[in-house]
Design a protein around this ligand. Structure first.
Ligand code: NAP
Length: 316
């Protein structure tokens, strides 16, 4: 198997993050992520994006650990990112949850730990209750969660810390607090039907790297989902540009993200697509093509936490 070398981007923490990572959300079949992660590593991906809530950390760990043990991979070559779930935003839960993620990933440090959502709700009786019923708000300010995240860096459990799903006002409030470390990353939704320009510009100005989630607009992931945008992979404008470069629509969309200067974490459990999604470094788009794709914006978001829309810190 030939392996692709993926370029990295420097974070404000001084560490480097590969521009393409592997997303592991929404894979619910046993062993699927473990098997896909093995393929991913063979192909040259080094950045893996998971989260406590995805329940894929352990399978990622299962794929990585034997390779580190047999010497075919060094831990320091990997960039492992995971996230603190919003039922655990209380400062006293942060280290415990980080250690739980470390244990599942079978590693002793994280490259990046993100506050998954800016709002906090109380823990349900069972894991996943927060998706079934509207759980009560928890009275936690994300600034206090952030201070607990900073402690993880001081303790050496985490190299860089960041946020996810924070809007500009929330970032401004966080940056105005007396911080020891600035957020290195804001992971948010970006794809051609949701270009998120204002937030991207603000993050650039503040030297916060954006990671695009659902960078393929979730592909044709679930046509029964009312929030699934029209499948951006069959967009005629993108397909025309793809034909010019002899690339697929997915590759053009990912390259558009790289040319706009952010990092992306596409998810696929299909080996041929996993491979496609990093074969991005033998072409680039013209400025005009980047603009043409950006003009496809429809402000069409896929990801919502609908039940928490009335939360004062709901970000969208
Ligand atoms: N921070 C957050 O709140 C948040 C929210 C959502 C997602 N994320 C992160 O972002 C990652 C990616 O987002 P996502 O999973 O929502 O959506 P996505 O990466 O935009 O799309 C995934 C879908 O596209 C398909 N696909 C992937 N590559 C393809 C290709 N080359 N050609 C055609 N179809 C392709 C996949 O199919 P197959 O798998 O069947 O191949 C899957 O159905 C997640 O896995 C997660 O790590 C974070």
């Amino acid at each position: 198997m030939t392996s692709t070398k993926i370029p990295s981007i420097k974070l404000n923490s001084g560490y480097y993050m590969p521009v393409i990572g592997y997303g592991t959300f929404n894979s619910f079949k046993a062993d699927e992520v473990r098997d896909a992660t093995r393929v991913v590593l063979e192909l040259g991906y080094r950045h893996i994006d998971t989260a406590w809530v995805y329940q894929t950390e352990e399978e990622v760990g299962d794929a990585i650990t034997p390779k580190i043990k047999d010497g075919s991979l060094k831990r320091s070559d990997l960039f492992l990112a995971t996230k603190l779930w919003y039922t655990y935003n209380r400062p006293e839960s942060v280290e415990r949850m980080c250690r739980e993620s470390l244990k599942s990933l079978q590693t002793d440090y994280l490259d990046l730990y993100l506050i998954h959502w800016p709002f906090a709700v109380k823990e349900g009786k069972e894991r996943g209750d927060e998706f079934k019923t509207r759980l009560p708000n928890d009275d936690v300010d994300f600034i206090d969660t952030w201070k607990a995240m900073e402690e993880l860096v001081i303790k050496g459990l985490v190299k860089s810390i960041g946020v996810s799903n924070f809007n500009i006002q929330q970032l401004k409030r966080l940056l105005a607090a007396d911080l020891r470390y600035k957020p290195a990353v804001n992971q948010v939704e970006v794809h051609p039907y949701y270009t998120n320009n204002e937030l991207l510009d603000y993050c650039k100005q503040e030297n916060i790297v954006v990671t695009a989630y659902s960078p393929l607009g979730r592909g044709a992931a679930d046509s029964s989902d009312p929030y699934q945008p029209a499948n951006v992979l069959v967009d005629k404008t993108i397909q025309k540009i793809a034909a010019k470069y002899n690339k697929t629509a997915a590759q053009v969309i990912l390259r558009w993200g790289i040319d706009r200067g952010y990092t992306l974490v596409p998810k696929s459990v299909t080996p041929a697509r996993i491979k496609q999604n990093i074969e991005l470094f033998d072409f680039s788009l013209t400025e005009e093509e980047v603009k043409t794709i950006s003009n496809l914006n429809q402000d069409y978001k896929c990801i919502h936490q609908e039940l928490y829309r009335d939360h004062p810190e709901y970000p969208f």
